[in-house]
Design a protein around this ligand. Structure first.
Ligand SMILES: Nc1ncnc2c1ncn2[C@@H]1O[C@H](COP(=O)(O)OP(=O)(O)O)[C@@H](O)[C@H]1O
Ligand SMILES: C[C@@](O)(CCOP(=O)(O)O)CC(=O)O
Ligand SMILES: [Mg+2]
Length: 399
């Protein structure tokens, strides 16, 4: 099969409220970040399929003939995407040599790649290609790197094989797809997230696909088009953790203590709904200190809840204490257990306070940066524009 070369990107995300609760059917509010993952797909003519994943130090090539052997049982299942194909997952786990336990970074990324590649092409003519992925996002830190990776894989495979059209006109630098194509990208990306997260809610891949701020409830995605400009400080504690492990831990806790945990999840749901209401009010009436007082209180309460459900970490407690000493309010974002936190800055928070806080956090060994939120969802990039960056990046990181 002929494939077109293409370069796509997708943003990471921050969850304002509702992480974990969203896996159990509660509301989450999430927003895209200005940090993106880029994927370049190039056709080959030597019968190999290769992936270069420098962020996780993973570089692998297979012969098409060995991959073909994994697909003998596959029918054209492109419409059946509700559940993972358990037989394909089992064969792939055997193929990459992990049959028990949780997958490491590299195995999860390879499995997600092979699953989407074989599901889309395994029943027909399989293309020979190289996929290279690089990201501005820290991996495994709560900023949705797994979803940005899965969205890029889905968009690139669908675009390279003309399952979705190329959105770029000659004179445009970047291009977005129509709603129907985005839905297809999102549903394949969700399969990748299932491989990496085990039981994902779908909120991360939705933000990676559509971008902006959205409300997510039980698979229903509602873009919030009118939101105030929020200033947010992102802090990476650099404590590694796996979303899959944390999501499974929360599920066990809910099963063990349902009468205690379910009210906590209900309260998180109410926090998300109240936050959405306040944000909406802020777009149609003058913004006052009262709005920010409520937003800050919601952050504090939610952070306590996240500790209660067992996804806190001493590094995140330190983050909250350090920012509180400067009058700022923080909570973890994403799966927790380390990883990243967000700190809300008020419009009047002066640069001395921001710089001082960032210094305090860096003194703890954390990475810290003020971010702009609400960037565009997945898109096709102009390779002339991005490739020089990629070249510089890869020469620093790989060579
Ligand atoms: N740039 C990337 N290249 C390869 N794999 C990636 C990349 N970004 C994310 N991944 C995959 O996603 C996993 C991290 O997912 P997860 O634990 O959900 O953390 P998060 O989504 O918060 O970053 C990595 O271990 C890896 O398997
Ligand atoms: C904990 C959760 O709500 C968000 C996980 O985000 P991340 O993988 O930590 O970026 C899980 C999910 O919604 O699938
Ligand atoms: Mg993830």
């Amino acid at each position: 099969m002929e494939v077109r070369d293409c370069l796509v990107s997708a943003p990471g995300k921050a969850i304002l409220h509702g992480e974990h609760a969203v896996v159990h059917g509660k509301v989450a509010l999430a927003v895209s970040l200005n940090l993106r993952t880029y994927l370049q797909l190039k056709a080959r003519s030597d019968g190999k399929v290769c992936i270069n994943l420098p962020n996780i130090d993973t570089f692998v090539c297979w012969e098409l003939s060995e991959l073909k052997q994994l697909t003998s049982f596959l029918s054209d299942k492109k419409e059946e995407m509700q559940r993972l194909d358990a037989e394909l997952v089992k064969r792939l786990r055997e193929f990459i040599g992990v049959t028990n336990g949780n997958l490491d970074s590299s195995a999860s990324a390879i499995l997600a790649f092979l699953y989407i590649y074989l599901s889309l092409f395994g029943s027909g003519d399989m293309p020979s290609l190289t996929v290279s992925v690089w990201s501005e996002l820290p991996t495994g830190a709560g900023l949705g790197s797994s979803a940005a990776y899965s969205v890029c894989l889905a968009a690139a495979f669908l675009c390279a094989t003309a399952n979705i059209p190329t959105p770029l006109k000659e004179w445009e630098q970047t291009g977005r797809w129509c709603q129907e194509d985005l839905e297809l990208i999102n549903s394949w990306a969700f399969q990748g997230e299932k491989i990496i997260h085990g039981n994902p809610s779908g909120v991360d891949n939705a933000v990676g696909t559509w971008g902006g701020m959205l409300r997510f409830l039980a698979g229903k995605i509602i873009p919030l088009s009118r939101v105030p400009l929020l200033r947010i400080l992102l802090t990476n504690t650099k404590v590694p953790r796996s979303t899959k492990v944390l999501v499974a831990r929360v599920k066990d806790k809910i099963n063990k203590l349902p009468s205690i945990m379910i009210p906590v999840l209900d309260s998180v749901d109410a926090i998300s709904c109240t936050c959405e209401k306040v944000l909406t009010e802020m777009t149609c009436e003058p913004i006052t200190g009262d709005h920010y007082n409520i937003l800050e209180e919601l952050i504090d309460i939610n952070q306590h809840h996240l500790n209660v459900i067992g996804v806190g970490h001493p590094s995140l407690d330190t983050l909250c204490q350090v920012t509180a000493a400067r009058g700022l309010h923080s909570k973890l974002t994403g799966a927790g257990g380390g990883g990243c936190g967000i700190t809300l800055l008020r419009p009047e928070t002066d640069s001395t306070t921001v710089q001082g806080t960032m210094k305090d956090l860096r003194d703890c060994g954390y990475d810290c940066w003020e971010t702009s939120i609400g960037g565009p969802g997945c898109r096709k990039e102009d390779s002339r524009r991005v490739r020089p960056l990629w070249r510089i990046w890869i020469s620093i990181t790989v060579l």
